[in-house]
Design a protein around this ligand. Structure first.
Ligand code: SF4
Length: 340
């Protein structure tokens, strides 16, 4: 469905600038943004994916991944077409890399208005709505209207994001977001420019702003790609920077598998993920998790003070061991996160 976009600046001769992400696309009438789902029609900017979920599932929150956010709970998860990045290893490329959809004729997925989504979450007692599968900022209006309604009815909201949003977007959605997982895809601008078509600085800025200046719970995911971002030096630089922002921010180091336009390298060896884990620990990060491989030891949450097992995980299942949520039953250390 066509929805007139917000966060727009009018330009000359019926052109408009989209201010949702750091591309700040300037679009003449008929043009499409880089994300492929926002277009200028006769001087107005529209989102063409509003109210339609091309993917809608009930997922464990651990799948986002968010490990310090209501462990063991479900998230009603939705996504649309489009993305503002072009990652060559994208694992959801069938939906994220679709461009210039014909909203009158293409199948844009199930009609799910914000009201319907929130009703569904309330009826099925689902704790949160996750805007995921593709970059939520490209369907910003849909997320904003849904998130606002969700909060009114006691449902939490989480973004799974590449972090390339504009400050305006973060300011607008921030009050309605309870959690976010941000991808940090590497630690050089060259990697971001070559492999995603974007820049690293806005992503770093948003991670730091969310962690330091908002109440949004944040976790970070890095897909560790052999030969691309898996050197000791790059992993160390990433981990040290994350620790300097907030050592309590969980860091998920996940295994890559060949997909989309990246079939020239093999899956990430488990040993590489364990190396990343040790590098993160040495950098001062308190909670590091290995992802996309079964590894109960490195998926579980331990008290950083006394190393007691607090939340046992296997795959997407989570079993808390504490008596009081978020408090170590052995030494009473408080573990940062959203526990209820
Ligand atoms: S959300 Fe889409 S149209 Fe808007 S600035 Fe980003 S890429 Fe361009």
């Amino acid at each position: 469905m066509l929805k007139e976009a917000t966060l727009v600046r009018p330009l000359q001769e019926m052109a408009v600038q989209c201010r949702v992400c750091e591309h700040y696309c300037a679009l003449e009438p008929g043009a499409w943004g880089k994300c492929g789902v926002r277009t200028n029609r006769e001087g107005k900017l529209y989102s063409v994916v509003y109210g339609r979920s091309v993917a809608a599932h009930v997922d464990p929150i651990e799948k986002k991944p968010l490990f310090h956010f209501l462990p063991g709970s479900d998230a009603l998860s939705i996504g649309t077409y489009g993305c503002n990045m072009r990652c060559r290893w994208c694992q959801n490329w069938q939906i994220s890399q679709v461009r210039e959809v014909d909203w009158e004729h293409d199948n844009l997925g199930e009609a799910l208005s914000p009201e319907m989504l929130v009703d569904l979450a309330v009826k099925r007692r689902i704790a949160s709505i996750a805007y995921t599968y593709n970059e939520p900022t490209v369907f910003f209006e849909y997320t904003y209207d849904t998130a606002k309604l969700a909060h009114e009815r006691g449902i939490k909201n989480v973004y799974v994001s590449n972090g390339f949003m504009s400050p305006d977007t973060l300011e607008a959605i921030g009050p309605y977001l309870d959690g976010i997982n941000v991808d940090l895809k590497g630690f050089t601008d060259e990697l971001y420019r070559t492999y995603t078509g974007t820049r690293i600085e806005p992503v770093k800025r948003n991670i730091a702003t969310i962690a330091r200046d908002t109440d949004i719970w944040i976790e970070i995911t890095t897909l560790v790609v052999p030969g691309l971002n898996d050197s000791d030096a790059e992993l160390r630089a990433m981990a040290e920077w994350l620790a300097s922002v907030d050592p309590d921010m969980p860091w998920h180091v996940s295994a890559f598998h060949p997909d989309y336009q990246m079939h020239d390298r093999s899956r990430t060896p488990t040993q590489t993920l364990k190396r990343a884990y040790e590098i993160g620990k040495a950098a001062g990060l308190r909670h590091i998790y290995v992802g996309n491989v079964p590894d109960p030891e490195h998926e579980s949450t331990y008290c950083p003070a006394c190393h007691t097992l607090l939340v046992q995980r296997y795959g997407f299942s989570a079993k808390p061991h504490w008596k009081t949520s978020g408090v170590c039953h052995q030494c009473s250390a408080v573990i940062p996160g959203v526990w209820q």
